[in-house]
Design a protein around this ligand. Sequence first.
Ligand code: UDP
Length: 475
Amino acid sequence: MTVPPDPPSFPSSANQVRTLLVSHAAEMGGAEQGLLDLARHLGPQRCQVLLLADGDLHHILQRNHIPVSLLQAGGVFMGVRRAGSAARALAALPQTLLLACKLAAAARNHDLIYANSQKAALVAMLAGSLARRPVIWHLHDILDAGHFGWLQRHALALLSNTLTRFVIVVSAAARDAYIESGGTPGHARLVYNGIDPQPYDGLAETPRKTLRGELHLPPGPLVGLFGRITEWKGQRVLIEALPLLPHLQAIIVGSPMFGQDAELDYIKALAERLGVADRIKFLGHRPDVPRLMRAVDLVVHCSTSPEPFGRVIVEALLAGTPILAAEGGASREILGDTAWVVKANDPKKLAAAIEGVLTTDTAEELARLRARIVENFLLDRMMASLDSVIAEACPPPPRGEGGGGGSHSGQSRIEKSPSFLKKRSKRLLFPRRFHDPGHGLDLSASAGIKVFLLLFLQKKKDLLRSSRRPARPST
Ligand code: UDP
């Protein structure tokens, strides 16, 4: 059974690093919650956030007094999909370069660029190279064919080998996929997500009946599925299991994000078609997940693709509620050896497992798994590990070398050179091998050639595929 290693001891040099956190997404998903937690932990003295789009995260950061600015990205850049075509990715290149230049300018007042999403990582890698700042990419996803196009995952992994200091992965499953896509093993730093236990304090002692009344939830056996509405989160699987469990009711908590509204219409229609619509409540996005999790008898996690981490698995146990997690991704890393991990995308197996949990005494297994969570997946542990990675990425300058206007490594050199952007652009466009011992960056001409080769191969693949596709009958 995998047990996460102890986090390294807290290095005091992390206290002096000024970090620029960057995200292209500002709607609140698991990754954005992680960024908010990190920003709160670092505080306004040690970090600033730069968002490439507006959304709830912007306002929440402001309410938490975290300095946040908006660098609105263009539509072509934002329109590039993870599994989209090479042509779209190429079309976004000018906007990507423009954003990189702007981010490089913003990064001059910081020691480190910390990218929290894929698109942000791409821009940050280019900007870090221009501004000579180390870059950390916090990879919250599994870089596999189920989620990403061939070009996107290989290009990102390949670029990260050269243009980031570290890639933080949220599980061993995410690390394996990163390496499979071309990431260097020694480059990855495994830091499991951690959940703030404070909103769950005392909840496990609150009787379910009391909460149900307060939340206007029905009595009787009740399961809950929590997460954004999108096909791979598997709301369909739970709906398809319900006809096999005639006495069960369900709440589906979460809303569509990133333009996935059609999935909500689809699952509502599916529930009608299967005759279970009157047993499901769609509650939309809710800020009171801990209370809702405590109010249900069982939380189900139904992801049909491997889950990079799955915060909801940890949250259910903190709420003192049993959880059935879909097999694949990080589920086993979080839960270890238990019968509460079920085959993914199989409504019959899910129905049988739900029946099993609801008709047996779960107290012992619940206590065992909760203890495992408290030991390994709380926020403090995650933040201690992130502090260590940040300190490792920005070691203090050797004695006698620091000086200048910067707070940490590298700062003074940049500010002495007003034309640095021009010089760095030249170096990025016409890369030559150089090594900067201050940041451990090693930008080689071969990396540039590899990326252009990848773009070329993908374009060729697209063309071949479209030429093989049978011609549409004319109407
Ligand atoms: N969540 C929420 N309100 C909702 C649905 C979900 O606050 O209505 C939160 C949930 O509690 C969890 C996060 O969104 O903290 C989802 O994280 P997870 O890792 O499960 O999935 P991701 O969105 O990262 O794929």
